[in-house]
Design a protein around this ligand. Structure first.
Ligand code: SF4
Length: 429
């Protein structure tokens, strides 16, 4: 349930970076959850908006269909209709929130609409994020029949005390059941999201979760350090912001939790996981992501490779090669624009956009490319105004290494560089 918004070929050069292109991927954000986790900054709503007589789910789905139509019309006007002259989507990603709360028939209906309006390539990757709890994981057989090829479970931990601390509804046994059911249903790829640097989490606690997760034989692991941001303070929660305001209880939880995190411990936990996974043949293809060979997420790779993607739903981010655009997070504004009272014409939801200039595009391409194990072309880094001094500094500090991949001399992060990547990235912008 992440967005950097999104998932260009690392270092494929920047010539394509500033030309608008039709999307190769589509993200759909489903903002409903059974309950809210106090650390969560994703666009999620719970309580009466997500269940019972006041549920907004039906209205949201109507609005989502309208937005898909409006976005498809706009793409057709810019690039022509999907067909021989325009590439079909290579991936679709249902993120949230908890998209597994939607019935499989609803997912099937949305995928049929996506195919009709955007074109969906044969063999496209279709990911659905799911929570492992019995009443929120969905039916993997029905989801597979609907067209889902990849399930991504928000496990976060496999230790009961940590799941309680995080306010999660599921138990560790639910994670095992959910993965087993997905595998039995023939879902092609199963991912587990896990969190480290939890408040008070010892090194041994992390090893316990990691080993329990590996015993379930997932195909993909996303390992994230728990980040406790303050989107209100960052100015991201206004009417056009892509985040929702933080509730007072969640704010108090984060204030209690922050002192119990530890950067050095987090670095050790990351390094341990990376070593174990490399030893066992996993492909660490991005700073936070490991796959069994062949199970890399094509959708996420599109984000890191700066390929264009479309996005719908509250808080969703899109990129067309030149402009980064987002929908505002607030559900009320989303519904009001797309389902206007009194039967007026629907309009695209509120939000914002940022036009990238060549310098921003070049920096972004380097940062995203360096996140991946392919790194970036050395010439692309040296082309920055301060490129050679940054390269020299990073090389001397053992943050990057020079490797030859095919005909390319490429720069990529070392394992120390992965841990200190933000320090390097801040010098590139
Ligand atoms: S279930 Fe996931 S999206 Fe929903 S509140 Fe918890 S962390 Fe956020």
């Amino acid at each position: 349930m992440r967005s950097i918004a999104g998932r260009v070929s690392p270092g494929t050069g920047s010539s394509s970076s500033l030309r608008p292109r039709p999307p190769v991927a589509l993200y759909l954000h489903v903002p409903f959850c059974r309950s809210l986790c106090p650390y969560c900054d994703f666009v999620a709503v719970a309580g009466s908006a997500a269940r019972g007589p006041s549920s907004r789910i039906a209205a949201f789905l109507d609005a989502l269909v309208v937005e898909l139509g409006l976005r498809a019309d706009a793409l057709d006007a810019r690039f022509g209709p999907p067909g021989p002259g325009r590439q079909a989507l290579e991936s679709v990603y249902f993120g949230g929130g908890t998209p597994s709360l939607l019935p499989a028939e609803t997912i099937a209906g949305l995928l049929a609409l996506v195919d009709e309006r955007f074109g969906l390539a044969f063999g496209a990757e279709v990911t659905l994020e799911a929570n492992p709890g019995r009443d929120e994981r969905g039916d993997p057989r029905a989801l597979r029949k609907a067209g889902v090829t990849r399930l991504s479970f928000g496990a976060q931990s496999l230790r009961p005390a940590e799941l309680r601390l995080l306010g999660r509804r599921h138990r560790s046994a639910d994670v095992a059941d959910a993965v087993a059911a997905a595998q039995a249903a023939g879902i092609g790829s199963v991912n587990l999201d896990l969190l480290y640097d939890l408040p008070g989490q010892s090194f041994a606690d992390w090893i316990e979760t990691l080993e329990a997760a590996l015993a379930l034989r997932p195909d993909h692991l996303s390992l994230y350090a728990l980040t406790l941001d303050d989107p209100d303070a960052e100015g991201l929660t206004g009417p056009a912001g892509d985040h929702l305001p933080v509730a007072s209880g969640a704010r108090a939880w984060r204030e209690r939790a922050r002192p119990r995190q530890d950067d050095d411990r987090a670095a050790g936990q990351y390094h341990y996981a990376a070593s174990v996974l490399a030893r066992d043949g996993w492909h660490g293809y991005e700073i936070s992501n490991w796959a069994r060979p062949g199970h890399e997420s094509r959708h996420n790779l599109a984000y890191w490779e700066r390929r264009p993607y479309e996005a719908v739903g509250p808080g969703a981010h899109a990129f067309d090669g030149t402009v980064r655009r987002w929908n505002a997070a607030r559900l009320d504004g989303y519904l009001a624009a797309l389902l206007p009272a009194g039967g007026g014409a629907p309009a695209l939801p509120p939000g914002g956009q940022e036009q990238l200039d060549p310098a921003m595009a070049a920096a972004e391409e380097l940062i995203l490319g360096l996140r991946t194990d392919r790194g970036v072309r050395r010439e692309a880094l040296l082309a920055l105004p301060a490129g050679s001094s940054i390269f020299g500094w990073a090389l001397a500090g053992e943050l990057v290494e020079l490797v030859q991949l095919g005909e390319d001399a490429r720069v990529r992060l070392t394992s120390r560089g992965r841990l200190l990547s933000n320090e390097l990235f801040s010098r590139l912008v």
